[in-house]
Design a protein around this ligand. Structure first.
Ligand code: SAH
Length: 391
């Protein structure tokens, strides 16, 4: 692959090779889009024509959620940064071209404050020490910021003075949370959380709807492109009013809430993560909607139950994690037989597998496929698909 003029002009990332997070940095943005188009074409063209990928006007600093790991190096100096891909080695960085700039500044500021508050870094080998990770989430529309300190132990003697000091530097931090993760695990967040300041969540706005999110609930990481993704999904649903809509794998309720605002008669959301379910229920109220119910549970099991009921949904949105859906879900979907299925996917490989299964076992046909670039400079690509039943 050739080193492009655009990246030479922009100055490509100094830790591109070491970090491994941005697999496509050596390509110009136009070449990246072509790469992703080819990838989706290769996997999905057999179902129907793939629309040209929707790219980003300014494909930098788009991540609203930023994580950093902390360690003390051999010289006794505290470093922070990202894991070298596939390892637990930290690539020390102060800024990253795809991350939110304020989030990066907060991480550096915390690191610089640590010695004066006698905050140590956690040591994965011994299980001793304090700070493991920092997670920052920023609402791009509201400028509310959540700072989560992930610590190996719950004891945080200087917490009040520390929270004051960091808020003095960044008044836009509206909530600070301590998450305790004492386990030997690859998961960043542990089970126990304590709010040190503020409400414990932040709010953002997408497609004219308000959404609150907690530390552990899923929220799309590129809000600029998410609006384009959701607009496509809603357009594909073809809502005329009064439809019954299922929003499966609904997270904090985003797609279902937007669908209800755009005229759906009744929306039912299902989500496995308890924290996201709590957020979704609050979000329904915050958007003054009465026609939405949110259920906590496995989407496949929920679909099995709904497939047995007499009142069948007209539209099913599905937005599973990278692993895709399962046969329990897909069989129930086929049995339920809604007029329209809108599949939102962050992994074209599992999307292709699931579409294959649906098309083989039912009368559904794939009618539209729209890739959206939610993750510029990385190899990831998001896709929205419309399926309709053949009469
Ligand atoms: N539609 C939402 C969330 C998509 S991410 C949005 O656009 O923001 C996928 C979601 O599926 C996550 O919130 C995850 O917690 C949830 N999830 C994962 N496995 C699940 C399962 N088996 N059943 C229901 N939800 C699941």
């Amino acid at each position: 692959m050739s080193k492009s003029k655009e990246n030479i002009k922009n100055g490509s990332c100094p830790v591109y090779k070491k970090c491994g997070g941005c697999q496509l940095q050596n390509l110009s943005y136009a070449e990246q889009l072509k790469f992703k188009q080819n990838k989706v074409d290769g996997l999905l063209k057999k179902f129907c024509k793939v629309e040209p990928i929707i790219g980003m006007d300014n494909p930098y600093n788009y991540r609203n959620k930023v994580q950093a790991a902390f360690r003390t190096n051999r010289q006794g100096k505290i470093i922070s940064g990202v894991y070298q891909s596939g390892t637990h080695n930290i690539v020390a960085i102060d800024e990253c071209q795809i991350e939110d700039k304020t989030a990066d500044k907060i991480i550096v500021a915390v690191r610089k404050l640590m010695p004066s508050f006698r905050m140590t870094t956690y040591d994965e080998d011994t299980g001793k020490g304090f700070l493991r990770h920092i997670l920052v989430k920023r609402g791009f529309a509201t400028n509310e910021i959540m700072l989560v300190l992930v610590t190996g132990s719950p004891i945080f003697p200087s917490k009040n003075n520390f929270t004051k000091a960091i808020r003095k530097q960044f008044p836009e931090i509206t909530t600070i949370i301590q998450n305790v993760n004492p386990y030997n695990t690859n998961l960043v967040l542990g089970d126990n959380q304590k709010i040190l300041y503020g409400k414990g969540y932040i709010e953002d706005v997408l497609c004219d709807c308000k959404f609150r999110m907690s530390p552990k609930s899923f929220y799309q990481i590129n809000p600029v492109q998410t609006e384009k993704l959701y607009e496509t999904a809603i357009e594909y649903a073809g809502l005329k009013g009064e439809e019954t809509v299922l929003d499966t794998y609904c997270g904090i309720g985003t797609i279902g809430i937007i669908a209800a605002k755009r005229g759906a008669g009744k929306v039912i959301g299902v989500e496995l993560n308890g924290e996201a379910v709590r957020d979704a229920i609050v979000n329904v109220k915050a958007n003054n909607l009465k026609n939405i119910r949110i259920y906590k549970g496995d989407a496949g099991e929920f679909m099995e139950e709904v497939a047995e009921e007499t009142e069948k949904p007209d539209v099913v949105f599905m937005d599973p994690p990278r692993a895709g859906s399962d046969e329990k879900f897909l069989n129930s979907l086929i049995k339920m037989s809604p007029k329209t299925v809108v599949y939102v996917s962050c992994n074209p490989e599992t999307l292709s597998r699931d579409l294959e299964y649906i098309v083989k076992h039912s009368k559904y046909k794939v009618k539209k496929i729209q890739p959206v670039d939610m993750f510029p400079h990385t190899a990831h690509v998001e896709t929205v698909c419309l399926l309709s039943r053949n009469k």
